[in-house]
Design a protein around this ligand. Structure first.
Ligand SMILES: [Fe+2]
Length: 212
């Protein structure tokens, strides 16, 4: 009997006909759940834009909403390419993250910068979910030699990564703005003198979009 390493290698190289069937089912199941997530994200981005305080945050959400509509169409194209009916799988993961974003809106004051900070954090959590989902889908598509689908998924994955980066930059400029306002209100206070993270320092491994 093949050892574990050989079995894993054959699984991921797609050389095992039994696993090939299983991987195709897994691909379809993941496709349906990312389709569900993307459609929910389109609606959620509209709510987040409406609730946001600053024009910068609002336009970032609206621009990504437009991009997400195109991503939904790309997923529909993949359903057509592999010849299955367009369908969704419910996903508790995205439902939970969108629920968190809604809670930010209900728990923060309308017109406050705190609300925008909370919305950026919630949006970036959704982005990370999508990056994980598209990344896995891409690996499956490549393993199964679904090259046309892989190309479409890769395009979306790159867009999601860029969006994640944009949110990080937005969060940093937001922290700068907040610091400046605090400095004006309370000159010399320790809040204002707190160092603002540099863009190259900010990474998901360093604690999140606000880099703190
Ligand atoms: Fe998306």
């Amino acid at each position: 009997m093949a050892n574990l390493a050989d079995r894993i290698a054959s699984f991921f190289s797609g050389n095992d006909s039994n696993t090939d069937e299983g991987l195709r089912d897994l691909f379809i199941s993941e496709l349906k759940s990312v389709y569900y997530a993307e459609k929910r994200a389109v609606d959620a981005l509209g709510d987040q834009a409406e609730a946001s305080t600053t024009n910068e945050v609002r336009s970032a959400f609206l621009a990504h909403q437009e991009q997400s509509r195109i991503q939904v169409e790309r997923l529909e194209e993949i359903f057509r390419i592999i010849g299955i009916k367009i369908d969704t799988h419910l996903s508790d993961g995205i439902d939970g993250l969108i629920g968190d974003a809604k809670r930010v809106i209900s728990e923060t004051e309308s017109g406050s910068l705190t609300r925008d900070a909370g919305l950026i954090i919630a949006a970036q959590k959704i982005e990370h979910y999508e990056i994980a989902a598209y990344g896995s889908l891409l690996t499956l598509a490549r393993t199964l030699d679904f090259s046309q689908s892989a190309e479409l998924i890769e395009k979306t994955l790159e867009e999601e990564k860029e969006e994640d980066h944009k949110l990080t930059i937005l969060a940093q400029s937001f922290v700068n703005k907040r610091s400046k306002e605090e400095e004006e209100k309370h000159p010399g206070s320790h809040h204002a003198s707190r160092p603002v993270p540099h863009s190259s320092d900010s990474d998901i491994t360093l604690g999140g979009p606000l880099g703190v």
